[in-house]
Design a protein around this ligand. Structure first.
Ligand code: TRP
Length: 321
């Protein structure tokens, strides 16, 4: 679904200082930026769920269709008696498609940063898949270094859908793939959802929907800073800007100040020039070949890629050593 994904619990109080420090650091930097992980408070997560249903936002529909159509073939690539590990599982909607097709899966390990949400989802999964061990792990999957002891002896498959990999810088994406290989181990298979390069107008519309939900999602970051850090952003004086940067193969999301203004966050005052932007997220697009080249560089052998021309689902294998 998302970097970390769906409905999140409110942030615990000890992390307010970290949030404040990250916001001040980003807004006093040049150019100004904010970390995308802060998009996903409760309001942001439910806005994101609405994005995935928008007519212009094709990636979720494309990926669900590809997974449904090719689930038997995907499942046939997995080793016998394996554990499926999902990085940033959210509501596990996509994993369920794979799990339903997978005869020999024994355990499902959803990894997500939102503990409450993960526990609820685990209860539903236990009910719907009574033959599976469900082993939720509350962790930031980008910082995770090992798997639960219960699956240490089992072969593994990994699952990383949603083109969340595109929200990393390419060098971070490569580092993540390498680390996932280390965690999943020799002989493991990894299934990754990756959005494809395509005509800029289709990309533009996917991130500039007519209803303005993506704009609301982006602006919610400022609303959240107001709510949680007592800042005084005037939301009417900032605009959602999303555009395709063809040289870098990425959609960039920004919040642009419509005028010269000052915003106060606690003790700190931040000045904006008219038109100055806060860079909030990138969504990198890959060709099948460029993604496979990156995967090879991270130690994975590409097995197969399924596409509908808009989106791609890749199967990768980690060499036995
Ligand atoms: N990873 C997906 C993408 O880049 C989903 C996503 C993350 C997204 N952040 C977003 C979609 C912000 C719209 C706006 O498309």
């Amino acid at each position: 679904m998302t970097p970390g994904s769906a409905l999140r619990a409110p942030r615990p109080i000890e992390t307010v200082n970290e949030f404040a420090a990250d916001v001040i650091a980003g807004l006093t930097a040049k150019p100004k930026h904010l970390p995308p992980k802060y998009f996903y408070d409760l309001a942001g997560s439910s806005l994101f769920d609405r994005i995935t249903d928008l007519p212009e936002y094709y990636p979720t529909r494309s990926e669900l269709d590809l997974l449904t159509k090719h689930a038997p073939e995907i499942a046939s690539l997995f080793p016998p008696a394996y554990a499926l590990v999902e990085f940033g599982s959210g509501s596990s909607r996509k994993a369920r498609i794979v799990l339903r097709a997978a005869a020999s899966v024994e355990a499902y390990v959803p990894v997500d940063i939102s503990g409450d949400f993960l526990r609820e989802d685990a209860a539903r999964l236990r009910r719907d898949f009574p033959h599976l061990s469900i082993i939720p792990v509350v962790a930031d999957f980008t910082a995770m270094t090992e798997l639960p002891a219960e699956i240490a002896a089992k072969p593994r498959a990994g699952f990383f859908p949603g083109s969340t990999i595109g929200n990393f810088e390419p060098h971070e994406a490569c580092a993540f793939l390498r680390r996932a290989g280390g965690i999943l181990g020799a002989g493991s298979v990894l299934i990754v959802g990756v959005d494809l390069e395509k005509a800029p107008d289709i990309l533009y519309r996917a991130y500039n929907d007519a209803e303005g939900v993506t704009a609301k999602f982006n602006l919610n970051l400022l609303a959240r800073i107001n709510r949680e850090l007592g800042a005084n952003f005037d939301l009417a004086a900032f605009e959602h800007h999303a555009f395709y940067n063809a040289e870098r193969y990425r959609i960039e999301m920004h919040l642009a100040s419509t005028k010269r203004q000052k915003v106060r966050i606690g003790e700190t005052s931040i000045e904006f020039r008219a038109g100055e932007t806060i860079h909030t997220e990138n969504s990198y697009k890959y060709s099948v070949d460029s993604f496979q080249a990156m995967a090879r560089g991270a130690g994975w052998a590409p097995l197969k890629a399924w596409t509908d021309g808009l989106f791609s689902v890749h199967a990768l294998r980690m060499a036995q050593d």
